[in-house]
Structures are given as structure tokens and as C-alpha cells.
Ligand binder design. Sequence first.
Ligand code: SF4
Length: 448
Amino acid sequence: MPNKPFPSKRAPYYNDIPDEKWTDWRWQLSHRLNTVDDFENLFPLTEGEREALSQTGLFRVDVTPYFASLIDPDNPDDPIRKQVVPTEKELIPFTGMMEDSLAEDMHSPVPGLVHRYPDRVLMLITNTCASYCRYCTRARLVGDPTQSFSSQDFEAQLDYLRRTPQVRDVLLSGGDPLTLAPKVLERVLKSLREIEHIEIIRIGSRVPVFMPQRITAELTDMLQQYHPLWINIHVNHPNEITAELAEACDKLTRAGIPLGNQSVLLAGVNDDPYLMRQLVQDLVRIRVRPYYIYQCDLVAGAGHFRTPVAKGLEIMEALRGHTSGFSVPTYVIDAPGGGGKIPVAPNYLLSMSDHRIVLRNFEGFITSYEEPLDYQRPPKALTEAYRPKKSTGQEGVFSLLEGQSMTIKPEGFDRLHLRGGEQHRLRKDKNKWKALGIGDKEEDKEEE
Ligand code: SF4
């Protein structure tokens, strides 16, 4: 028996629209909903929604007719509606909220190019989206025409990439790169492909979800000239998986583009273990690998979407072991202040001795693993060729395992522990704190 098909919906208000218009992404873009009247053609708004839509200075509102049609008109708590229709709750400030909670602009050597990790960058090339998510991390830039990236910004981004050979992976985002005119997007891809050290190009896009009509043969024919190219889409709820999204993903995967999914954990939208299990299983059915579940960022306007971190751990407990391993995403907290993604997971390692570890599985079955007593690292000659010749300065905790350094200290640690005593006779000989054999290698010294 074939799998249950995914639904295809069109709100009754659009019944008279001819199919050739409905399936044209340009029509979808130019008929987006953004006013009280637009939405009330589809469903009655709540007082809070009406209040929010009447505010000035609110994060931009625009919803494609296709995506708005997925909303149940009789349910004010519909999970699709909550993602795109503003409410008065966006106006409520909360402790910890920030404009740029991931400190992206601080980690940008040039505008729109976030270089946070050693070998990859995030390149913001547009600030427009097909629809706007109420919890958007980049609400400070996205949807605001005064914050558009200029051709000079783009040139500066490329110039930085040309002179930074450690970058081998570029993630194009924004905004949504697939809203760009195909020629403009192609120019970006071509320019990146001309830089020899850039191995991988990735695109982060919610266009297949908001406007699957955009995934045309013309687009996939263009994209597949720039392999290796990966795309991550952004689906939060099983109701977003429709026949149209399945078809768009099919076109992309047939063009050889591996697809991943990023979800944001959102209160009242997808904060339930069984719902999330359904989501990841449906994603795999349309050949999209669940990649991340993000804890909701501390971004202004999104306070009401946050859940306790324990909710994410509960969801992970309900996924790992309960469904196929490749359906299980990594749950991450994008570190406030710019520390990057930090994975968090339930604890499966219960205890350890010098040669045995004790583990538990998803069922609570407790087992032990016998470790070898005579383990030897592989001979250096076998692995030497893979070791980087130069430090990136971001080896971090791994550098402790490698013996490149003994400690990692918070800023100001040494000064604080001088306690105002400065130099005295017992502090003169710094060699007394030098650990034998740690950080001795020539290449490590060069970097000091
Ligand atoms: S699609 Fe992405 S960039 Fe655009 S509003 Fe949603 S979260 Fe923000």
C-alpha cells in the first residue's frame, strides 16, 4: 500500500484564481497578505492580532497566499498562523532580549559576512524573504529596505573571502537567497566558484516552504551547475509538509542537491515530542534529513515563543532510539553573545572507570562497554598529512586534548589572581607553571 499522500490546500477565498496564476511564484509574491483586511478575507483575527497589525515599527508582515492557505481558519491557535501572523505579545520585552542576540554583526569583518567558525562563513546576500517568521533571529536586518546589502557590500564580502584561504564552506543566507532574481543569485554562485579554496556552497532557504512554486526547472538547472551545493530548508510543523513542498524537494534532490532541515523549537507551535517525531518522519519521507532543532534565540519580539531547554531535551529523549538515527536532528542552543551552536542532549553515559564505561539506551537498558587495555594511537606517519599546518586560533577545547595548551582561561583570569600583589620573589620564575611536554611544538610556539 502506498504511503499516505501529503495534502494540497487552497483557502476558499482563492478558489477563483486560475491555476496558472496560483502556481506562479511571481503571483504568490505579489499577492502576499499583510493587512487586517487581507487576513480577514481568510479568517477572523483575534483582538491581539488586530492590535499588532495596526502598530507601526513592528517586524515586517508578509505571508504568501499558499502558506496562509495552510492555516485552519477556525483555530486561533493554529501552529502555522502563530509563525506568521503577529500578535500583541511581540510588543512585550523580556529579560535577556537583544537586537542582535548572536552578536553576528560583531563577528562580521565586513557587513553581512559572519566569520564565526574556523573554516566557514555565513554570507548574508539579501534581506528579503517570501514570508516573515515572527521569531526571526535577524529581524534587525530582514524585511527592512533601509538595511539592504549593496553591491559594494557584496564586493567587500568577496574580497574578504578571496584573501581568507581558511574558509572552505560558505553558507548563503539573509533573508532568503532563493527570493533573489535568478541572474543575481547566479552571479553570487559564480563569483564564489571562482575562488579556488571554497569547496562547499550551502543555501539556507524557507522558500520551498513558503512558496514551493519558486522551485522551477529553470532554477534547479541553474543551481546544479554550482555543485557541491547543499540546501537547508526550515520546516517547523508537520502541517507545513504538503504535496507542493514534497514536489519542490523532489526537484531539488533530483538536481543532486542534498537537503537538510532546521526547525526552531517554538512554544505553542511544535513543543511536543510526538509532534516532533511526526515532523522528522515526514521530512525523511520527502528526502529531507532533519539537521538541527534550535532553541529559540533571545531576540526582541520572540519572548513568547521560548520554551525551557528541558522541553528540547524531552523531545530529543523521544527521538533518539524511537525512530531511525538519520531522522534525529541535533538540538542546539545558538550561544547568546556569539559563541556559535552548542549541542545539548540527554545524558547516555552514566559512569566510567579506567577501562569500562556504563551507558544507558533509550529504553533505560543499562550496559557496559569494555575498553581495550592496550590501545595505541595510530602511527603518526598515517595521519600526519591530515594535520593542519597552521593554527586557526580556534582549536579550543580540542587543543587541550592535543596537548597544545594546558588550560583555557576566562579573560582577565591572570590579572585577577595576581590580587594586586604584582611581582614578588615566588612569582619570578614563570617556568614553574610550564607543564612538561605541553605546547612544546614549534608550530604552536609560532602562534603564541
Ligand atoms: S525565512 Fe529565515 S530570515 Fe526570513 S523571516 Fe523566516 S527566519 Fe527570518
